[in-house]
Design a protein around this ligand. Structure first.
Ligand SMILES: CC(C)(COP(=O)(O)OP(=O)(O)OC[C@H]1O[C@@H](n2cnc3c(N)ncnc32)[C@H](O)[C@@H]1OP(=O)(O)O)[C@@H](O)C(=O)NCCC(=O)NCCS
Length: 141
């Protein structure tokens, strides 16, 4: 795969489908996703040999102190083939992110070992996640 640091307008419908298959972001419209992309600081797209969008990740960052990695997703039929690793390599090497003091992400326990490969740890002291959301599915009730 090849990782590029943008989503072209004609790739947005593919991204809508990729995110629709996730548990945390189903049902986002094309309009919402276009606005989400324009408000993101770093956007990474993994394309296969035929140019199909097979993976995505994005980052919000002040480029100095903190960066938040979001929406890391690989097409189901391409999981386990190195696409996620290529995306995360591109995240940590990106010029706007490589020198940022702290990178953060939220993930489910079974993905901790995946992210540990890039130096993420679940040793966060007494810190814990708090959330204010309009999305009931994110409350796990
Ligand atoms: C998590 C996800 C992005 C990983 O992408 P992927 O393309 O399947 O991962 P890769 O093939 O690049 O795997 C890279 C390495 O990490 C390992 N790995 C993959 N998933 C793992 C997991 N859940 N736990 C531990 N290791 C994992 C692979 O075995 C591989 O190891 P290797 O290099 O020794 O062969 C992908 O499975 C996915 O999209 N899952 C659903 C969406 C999701 O939950 N995203 C995370 C949101 S926080």
């Amino acid at each position: 795969v090849q990782v590029q640091d943008r989503i072209d307008p004609e790739q947005v419908p593919e991204l809508v489908a990729l995110l629709a298959a996730t548990w945390w972001s189903p049902g986002r419209s094309e309009d919402v996703i276009r606005r989400m992309l324009s408000g993101s600081d770093v956007v990474l797209a993994a394309l296969d040999e035929a140019g199909r969008l097979v993976g995505f990740a994005r980052v919000l960052t002040d480029r100095v102190c903190i960066a938040l990695v979001l929406d890391v997703v690989v097409a189901e039929d391409r999981r386990g083939t190195g696409v996620g690793a290529a995306l995360m390599d591109a995240v940590v090497a990106h010029p706007d992110i490589a020198a940022v003091e702290s990178l953060e992400l939220v993930c489910q326990p079974e993905l901790r070992d995946f992210y540990r490969r890039w130096g993420f740890t679940d040793e966060v002291g007494r810190s814990g996640l708090m959330r204010r959301t309009a999305v009931p599915g994110l409350l796990g009730r």
